[in-house]
Design a protein around this ligand. Structure first.
Ligand code: IMP
Length: 425
């Protein structure tokens, strides 16, 4: 398979884990490029369910090489727990995992700062973060005060962390939070470091050589376009570039080595956390989508907000990421609906918006302009060939393709691997 970047086109939770799982058999290397353990990929294989937060889903495929790139932020304790859990379930990690020595470390103080900031915010300003310390960790990286995984091997590491903690504890106290015990923190990190240390290395050279040798790479994006720090509904976003460009900065593979960008998009919309969501449904249809789609966060268990498909978001996302092809997911969730709405534009203060406004306060006041289509009211979950779908279901999917200008490659009608219809790829 061509070197492919896989990106969520909405607010995350598009079902990327499953698509990655299906495509992994066709590549040599899977590389994660941004985010941290705020992400959660659920993969169902046979009767077993795996929820991965930091490890690429490719770990579940025997023989596949997995990379956690420099753009990811890593909580060593969480990663060690994930590695131990997979090993206990009989998944052979061996030398299949390589974690960038340049990836920044998420320390417990980042989580404490994340929680304190959220607690100090007024209701309307809360981001609704996962409280995993992601924002403060990327903040340290950009402020050039972060520590990286490679630093764990440096004899100066305890000293560097102690110096950092002197400042952090002053900040925590000023915010009314308890200071952290530095010695305890160092002990905890060193314990986790023993588990992850064998996997830390120079992922940049590894990937450079993989490209040179003609190996195919799947770049695994976490979160989604509308949560991107630059292009999302700022400030209600995560703190990394979850869009396609992040694959280059987050791994060191240059843009001219990327062959294809695949957008993963749900056939309706969900969002977890705070922030504007123009097509949100707070009625019984929203409840039906949540129920049928099992819309609960894989990381925090929080219920996801649900709404109609938003073609404004999808078009904007296609423009930024340059999607060549869609993987559309969870069509079966719409099976019971008599009528389905699609948002084709927004209106705000008498103005029509064909694209996502940059000002989040305008986005919050936008109302959707809908078109309606008939539902198909029959189960699609067991269908394995696109042409066997009810005509109304195909009409709906084809309208989404038409509105977004991106062709269909994969259509998912259920969680198992077999419920994945290959259409144009
Ligand atoms: P943070 O990434 O924990 O700082 O959270 C920032 C925002 O991104 C919040 O609205 C989270 O709910 C959202 N978020 C972070 N990771 C994910 C994800 O994997 N799926 C969906 N939403 C996410």
């Amino acid at each position: 398979m061509a070197n492919t970047v896989l990106v969520g086109a909405q607010w995350g939770d598009e079902g990327k884990g499953k698509i990655i799982d299906v495509l992994t058999s066709e590549v040599d290397v899977v590389a994660r490029y941004q985010g941290g353990n705020n992400a959660g990929h659920t993969v169902i294989i046979g009767d077993a369910k795996y929820v991965l937060h930091l490890l690429p889903s490719g770990m579940l495929h025997e023989g596949k090489q997995c990379v956690i790139g420099n753009g990811v932020v890593i909580d060593p304790t969480a990663l060690a727990a994930e590695i131990n859990e997979l090993s206990e379930k009989g998944i052979d990690i061996g030398d299949r995992l390589l974690i960038s020595d340049r990836a920044h470390i998420v320390f417990p103080y980042h989580g404490a700062l994340d929680a304190s900031r959220e607690a100090a915010c007024r209701k309307e300003n809360k981001i609704g973060t996962t409280k995993r310390g992601i924002g403060p960790a990327y903040g340290d990286k950009m402020s050039r005060v972060g520590l990286r995984l490679g630093d764990l091997r440096d004899p100066a590491f305890p000293q560097l962390l102690t110096e950092r903690m002197n400042e952090v504890n002053r900040v925590l106290e000023a915010m009314g939070a308890e200071p952290l015990d530095t010695a305890k923190l160092i002990t905890g990190i060193c314990e986790a470091a023993r588990v992850i240390e064998p996997f830390i290395g120079d992922s940049i050279t590894f990937l450079g050589e993989a490209v040179r040798d003609g190996k195919s790479i799947l770049f695994e994006g976490a979160q989604g376009t509308m949560l991107d720090i630059d292009f999302g509904s700022y400030p209600f976003v995560t703190s990394s570039n979850s869009t396609a460009g992040g694959a280059c900065t987050g791994t060191g593979v240059p843009p001219n080595k990327i062959d294809r960008v695949l957008g993963v998009i749900k056939t309706y919309t969900t969002r977890v956390g705070e922030g504007p969501f123009p097509t949100e449904l707070t009625d019984e249809i929203g409840e039906l989508l949540a129920r049928e789609g099992n819309e609960f966060g894989a990381t925090t268990g929080r219920p996801r907000r649900c709404g109609w498909f938003d073609a404004v978001v999808a078009r904007y996302s296609a423009m930024i990421n340059g999607f060549d092809v869609w993987a559309m997911t969870k069509l079966d969730v719409l099976d019971k609906l008599a009528t389905i709405k699609i948002c084709v534009a927004y209106e705000c203060d008498g103005e029509r918006y064909e694209t996502v406004p940059g000002n989040v306060r305008i986005l919050a006041r936008c109302t959707p302009v809908y078109e309606e289509m008939p539902g198909w009211q029959s189960p699609t979950g067991d269908i394995t060939v696109y042409e066997d779908l009810p005509q109304a279901a195909r009409d709906y999917v084809e309208r989404l393709v038409e509105l977004t200008g991106v062709k269909l490659g994969i259509l998912s009608v259920g969680a198992p691997r077999k419920s994945t219809l290959r259409v144009g790829m």
